[in-house]
Design a protein around this ligand. Structure first.
Ligand code: ATP
Length: 450
């Protein structure tokens, strides 16, 4: 059943369409999908606490959506029609878990011993002050809570209460849209109220293989053209971008954002051509291949951002990153990688005979730049592969401590000497602790004479 689009605040609710009998089968199927017996146990406890408190609780959001799609999802999101915080306290007591309370938002996060989180919210109505601002919260009913959600497929709720247990609340035709693989907003003002939903829509489209319905896409384009996306704070854009870049296959989502005109509105000017998508795809494939061998961890979102920003000058990249509230440490990796990219391209495109030289070159680059070089194929990839299969784990058996024990005073010379000893070891000229020490001593005396 399709829910007609209506303006914010005056949403009407069509009758529920699902019978109780149908629901019992449904809940069973969903619970089986979760697979994890621990989660089924948890839901039973939640059910018991709910009954004891005479509250109404619902499972909502991604776990319901994914359950119906047979996709595993262990993020438990609960809405309480009643006092969510009190419910959280009782549940925490029962489970012996920690509870973090956010009074202002009437929410709580329960943290189990195994690290799993359960998000608990009080059913609430949100009032948007100005477009693109974060909402204010007031308690309301489950219907209103679901009405403020982003898309129909995320507005389903599964009752965990008494005789209604297993009943699916579907006020906006979410199940129909799941069947038809559609991403549909709940009302016309949705993207204006919260433009992050444009990024979310694209993320779900590409992750689930869904498509925005015609009206929703038109509204997304309209909001983008109206410069609403540019009104978001840098931190919110950053978060959405990182969520997308960390997806399994983010390149299609990036292309889609580009085609919708959203990327340029957030200051990313890279043309996302077919070739660029292919480059990103290759980079992700290299990222997965190299990850187990890399001594320093490459970060997927940073890798893709480096690729998207690479044609800008250093000052523009830094100022964009600062605007997006990206941490200094990440900015340094992003700008450093882009700066060294041309050099890395030149150095690694030829065969490098000496292992120690290859080692010196590759070590200079961030893990992300190493991945990008590998993804270029040819000699670039061969060199990077040789580094990771043969050289990355070579280390010295001696350290500055050993030199100190021999009576040498620590100085920058130590680094130089140990570096040279390592080079000789990498090239197979020396091996074993004794040889390393002897070489170091010889080098110290040679170098201190100069
Ligand atoms: P994921 O699998 O990516 O975690 P999810 O649907 O669980 O997907 P969350 O970001 O954890 O996504 O959000 C949980 C629920 O909160 C969503 O299913 C949706 O109902 C609601 N929600 C999240 N963000 C928004 C938003 N910007 N506007 C409206 N509702 C939102």
């Amino acid at each position: 059943m399709k829910k007609p689009l209506s303006a914010a605040g005056i949403i009407s609710y069509p009758a529920r369409t699902v019978s109780q009998d149908e629901n019992i089968g449904e809940v069973d199927r969903i619970l089986k999908t979760y697979g994890h017996p621990g989660i089924r146990e948890l839901l039973k406890i939640i059910f018991a606490v709910t009954r004891h408190m005479k509250a109404s609780t619902y499972l909502v959001g991604g776990i319901v959506r994914d359950g119906l799609l047979n996709i595993q999802n262990y993020d438990i999101d609960i809405v309480v029609d009643g006092d969510g915080i009190k419910f959280g306290e009782k549940l925490a007591q029962r489970l012996g878990a920690r509870l973090d309370i956010h009074e202002k938002f009437m929410t709580a996060v329960l943290i189990l011993e195994n690290g799993q989180h359960i998000d608990i919210a009080t059913s609430r109505v949100e009032h948007y002050r100005k477009p693109a601002e974060l909402p204010g919260v007031e308690s309301g009913s489950i219907k209103q809570d679901l009405a403020r959600r982003d898309f129909t497929i995320n507005s389903l709720a599964l009752s965990l209460t008494g005789k209604n247990f297993g009943e699916m609340l579907d006020f906006f035709g979410g199940r129909e849209d799941l069947k038809n693989r559609k991403i549909r907003v709940l009302h016309k003002m949705s993207f204006i109220e919260d433009p992050t939903r444009i990024f979310r829509a694209v993320r779900f489209e590409k992750r689930l293989g869904f498509k925005m319905d015609k009206q929703t896409e038109a509204m997304a384009r309209h909001a983008i053209d109206m410069e609403i996306v540019s009104k978001l704070t840098g931190a919110r854009i950053r978060d959405e971008l990182i969520y997308i870049l960390n997806e399994d296959r983010p390149f299609n989502a990036i292309k889609r954002l580009y085609d919708l005109g959203a990327l340029s509105k957030i200051g990313i000017t890279q043309v996302i051509s077919k070739e660029f998508v292919e480059d990103m795809r290759k980079a992700i494939s290299s990222y997965s291949k190299l990850k187990p061998y890399q001594d320093r961890e490459s970060v997927k979102w940073r890798l893709l951002l480096i690729m998207m920003l690479r044609d800008n000058n250093a000052a523009a990249i830094e100022s964009w990153c600062l605007k997006m509230k990206i941490r200094r440490k990440d900015i340094a990796v992003i700008t450093g990688s882009i700066k060294k990219m041309p050099e890395a391209g030149r150095e690694l495109k030829k065969k490098i005979k000496e292992d120690s030289r290859l080692y010196d070159i590759v070590r200079r680059y961030s893990p992300e730049l190493q991945v990008i070089c590998h993804s270029r194929g040819g000699d670039h990839a061969k060199n990077i592969r040789r580094y990771f299969t043969k050289l990355v784990n070579i280390g010295l058996e001696i350290s500055g401590e050993d030199l100190k024990e021999l009576g040498y005073r620590p100085s920058p010379l130590f680094k130089e000497v140990l570096g040279e000893v390592l080079r000789q070891k990498i090239d197979g000229k020396i091996s074993g602790r004794e040889k390393e020490l002897a070489t170091a001593i010889k080098l110290i005396s040679q170098l201190s004479k100069n």
